[in-house]
Design a protein around this ligand. Structure first.
Ligand code: CMC
Length: 438
């Protein structure tokens, strides 16, 4: 086996001494990483398998190179394509941010108008989608309905499997961003036994969504502009978050070269879980359960004893205040001005105050994340908790698609196929049923 440390040493490298064999290896360091593949040469013997990395939950594994979203978790920084989230939330629109995420740069006026026009004119879905959505049980969770109906879109657009063609990718991206609010709103209406409302192409993205959710017999549903704006900001805040669990699911499934509807349906499945997008729903249920400020100390004790988690707190990447939570906390004021204050806000503020001073949370760097306050706004906007994650999914769709689009054009990417450490039995003798049961 070559002693590579004897050879020319690149300045950016890691020297590894394998104590099993006494061999030294020089592994190049690029962008603060070593290549897992470079470890394969490190073997205990000629026949032994090469060294691998064990990393459940990918806590320290970069799975791709990406130019979409940047997070500095220690400093609490989030940027889409280099633009700080605070500026985008204040000055941009969700569709402009979607354009930025997908195309990598801000649109010119012509590009923006064409993009908004395209998205607006693809909001309708095939009539048969209505039929199968009616087939769900009356109490179906809207996330399950959304996941199924987005996956089903692949059967309406079989051309979507042609993922190598840029024009084809573009039209599927437009369709998905456009149709997501329609499917989300219809999932909501189904649970309420109300007729589905068709899109209104004269309305903005969020005003149209609110119309499809809440319109009854009026000629046109006039959403309060401040609420439509608040929802637009919430969508911006959720639009991407680099390699989170759902983006990773989209990329893993997309790496098989399946169509983008199937890949995004996988992302929706990942987002559904309470440790990911489902946390906003869990936060609201938790606040309701706590009920009054007096019950907070008992609840905190239960969390510290390990009986449960303080939902909406903690993050794999942020070890500081989640910048999105700051913006949402401020947006609460704008929304509550229209809707009246959500009484659960008082409990949330007190919980945050106590947690931020408590050694348990301070030591573990647990701060409020995006889900801590978003549910309060969603509830004030008349959404039931089951709908919260659907709103997250609509906002996250451009991010999933930007990640997917980057993946399918990345020559370094391969089918996602991790290794395992096998811990089971070997070479057992199979005894036929008749003998085993005799
Ligand atoms: N409440 C109480 N303790 C917590 C919490 C919490 N919310 N989060 C983490 N901890 C503790 C955890 O018990 C562990 O303690 P110890 O070191 O004593 O074992 C330590 O903090 C590290 O936690 P971890 O589970 O190893 O951290 P992780 O990076 O694997 O998990 C997380 C990140 C977001 C899943 C976790 O913080 C959590 O479960 N939070 C509550 C759910 C939530 O709000 N999720 C939304 C995430 S943001 C939106 C999104 O991206 O979907």
């Amino acid at each position: 086996m070559p002693d590579q440390a004897q050879q020319q040493t690149p300045s950016e490298s890691l020297t590894v001494l394998d104590n099993r064999t006494g061999q030294k290896y020089d592994l190049p360091i690029t962008d603060g990483t070593i290549r897992a593949g470079d470890l394969v040469q490190i073997k205990a013997s000629e026949e032994a398998p090469g060294l691998a990395v064990y990393d459940p939950g990918f806590t320290n594994t970069a799975s791709c190179r990406s130019a979409v979203t940047y997070i500095d978790g220690e400093k609490g920084i989030l940027e889409y394509r280099g633009y700080p989230i605070e500026q985008l939330a204040e000055k941009s629109t969700f569709l402009e941010v979607a354009y930025l995420l997908i195309h990598g740069e801000l649109p010119t006026r012509e590009q923006y108008d064409a993009w908004v026009h395209e998205i607006t004119y693809h909001t309708f879905v095939h009539e048969n989608v209505k039929s199968f959505m009616h087939g769900f049980r009356y109490d179906s969770h809207p996330m399950g309905m959304l996941m199924a109906s987005v996956g089903a879109l692949s059967t309406f657009y079989p051309d979507a499997s042609n993922i190598k063609d840029p024009d084809n990718r573009h039209i599927q991206i437009v369709r998905m961003i456009a149709k997501m609010p329609t499917l989300g709103a219809w999932s909501f209406r189904h649970a309420q036994g109300k007729p589905f409302v068709y899109p209104d192409n004269d309305l903005s993205y969020t005003a149209n969504f609110l119309s499809m959710l809440f319109k009854m017999s009026e000629h046109r549903f006039e959403a309060d502009e401040r609420l439509a704006k608040a929802l637009d900001v919430l969508f911006i805040l959720h639009a991407d978050h680099e390699q989170n669990a759902s983006a990773n699911a989209v990329r893993a499934v997309g790496s098989t070269q399946v169509d983008p509807y199937s890949a995004v349906a996988a992302g929706i499945g990942a987002l559904y879980g309470p440790l990911h997008g489902g946390a906003n729903e869990a936060v609201l249920r938790m606040l309701r359960r706590i009920g009054t400020k007096e019950n907070i100390p008992d609840f905190i004790k239960g969390v510290k004893d390990g009986n449960e988690r303080l939902m909406g707190f903690g993050h794999r990447v942020y070890k500081n205040y989640d910048p999105r939570a700051k913006i949402i906390k401020k947006a609460c004021d704008d929304v509550f001005e229209v809707t009246g204050v959500n009484p659960l806000l008082e409990i949330a503020l007190e919980l945050e105050k106590i947690a931020l001073e408590d050694e348990y949370f301070v030591k573990r760097k647990l701060y409020p994340n995006v889900d801590f306050y978003s549910g309060l706004i969603y509830e004030a906007l008349s959404f039931p908790p089951e709908m919260f994650t659907v709103l997250f999914a609509i906002g996250r769709t451009p991010g999933w698609l930007a990640q997917w689009s980057e993946l399918v054009q990345d020559k370094e990417q391969k089918i996602a196929r991790p290794k395992q450490i096998y811990t089971g039995a070997h070479q057992l003798d199979f005894t036929a049923r008749e003998e085993r049961w005799a």
